[in-house]
Design a protein around this ligand. Structure first.
Ligand SMILES: *[C@@H]1O[C@H](CO)[C@@H](O)[C@H](O)[C@H]1NC(C)=O
Ligand SMILES: CC(=O)N[C@H]1CO[C@H](CO)[C@@H](O)[C@@H]1O
Length: 271
């Protein structure tokens, strides 16, 4: 059992401000016993295709260097997502650091958020971003699968992760329509995979061009353990104890009919 903390940061347009806020709140989270700490999607940048090229950085770069320091100072595993620039291409990427400040992995958002609803919203990440092409897992107190925002809507990804992982984390920023409609529901679908799920949203900023729903959440397979409101906050959940029980009592992991259906990676491998 270990304590997970989610920092629902108020993201602003001032990058240095964001970094120092992140530092303060991760310290607070660690002070409350957090061992794995999540920051929101694009924690160092306003969310929007028109911002990504301005705020994008290399990894390692300024922001991930700060993440590395924060992880080390507080002896936590730290998950932080930023717009990334690499060889002229941009990605929506999430880096994970261990308590020594070493980067364990970099997950690039696999499913880009491309939607166009006439008269309502036009948001095409693929106009600016390139997609990642691999799954990403790391070991801490348990095995953790990483996705970013829209990745959460693809059940196959969660199914693949849940074969190896006990916890799935998704930095994400749903909007004011999809937030109330699907944000919690998608996480509670974790009951299908018998995993814990944690999401980290930016705090809501009504003046932003993209207004995030907030409500960062941690669920176990069945219920919400902890949930933020719209404003800046740190939430906590003690996890793992429940999972072994659930997997034993409802043994769907061993009762799948792999002779009738199966979900696999193409090619069959995981990063
Ligand atoms: C949020 O995004 C959905 C599509 O994912 C869109 O239908 C809806 O209009 C958007 N809502 C707002 C408030 O922008
Ligand atoms: C440590 C750091 O970078 N602090 C800066 C945070 O942002 C404000 C402006 O929003 C600067 O004045 C601080 O120097």
């Amino acid at each position: 059992e270990f304590r997970l903390a989610v920092v629902q940061l108020q993201v602003t347009g001032v990058k240095a401000d964001n970094l120092s806020r992140a530092r303060r709140l991760v310290k607070e989270a660690a002070g409350q016993g957090g061992k794995v700490v999540l920051l929101p999607e694009c924690f160092n940048s306003p969310y929007g295709t028109n911002f990504f090229s301005t705020y994008a950085e290399r990894i390692p770069g300024e922001s991930t260097q700060v993440l590395s320091e924060i992880a080390k100072e507080n002896k936590v595993y730290l998950v932080g997502s930023i717009p990334e620039e690499d060889c002229g291409k941009l990605f929506n990427s999430c880096a994970v650091f261990d308590p020594e400040g070493q980067m364990l992995l970099k997950h690039r958002k696999i499913h880009l958020f491309d939607i166009s609803v006439p008269g309502k919203i036009h948001f095409q990440e693929s106009e600016i971003l390139s997609p990642g092409n691999s799954l990403s897992m790391f070991d801490t107190f348990c095995k953790v699968g990483v996705g970013i925002c829209y990745d959460m809507r693809f059940a196959e990804l969660a199914q693949l992760y849940s074969r190896k992982c006990q916890l799935l984390v998704y930095p994400g920023a749903f909007n004011m329509t999809t937030g109330p409609a699907h944000w919690e529901l998608l996480q509670r679908a974790a009951v299908d995979n018998q995993v814990y799920v944690a999401t980290a949203s930016p705090a809501r900023d009504e003046t932003a061009s993209y207004v995030a729903w907030g409500h960062s959440t941690v669920v176990n397979p069945g219920e919400v353990m902890s949930k933020a409101g719209p404003e800046e906050a740190v939430i906590y959940a003690d996890i793992l104890q429940y999972l072994a029980d659930i997997r034993q009592q409802i043994p769907i992991t061993t009762q799948r009919r792999n002779d009738l259906y199966t979900v696999t990676t193409v090619p069959e491998s995981t990063g």
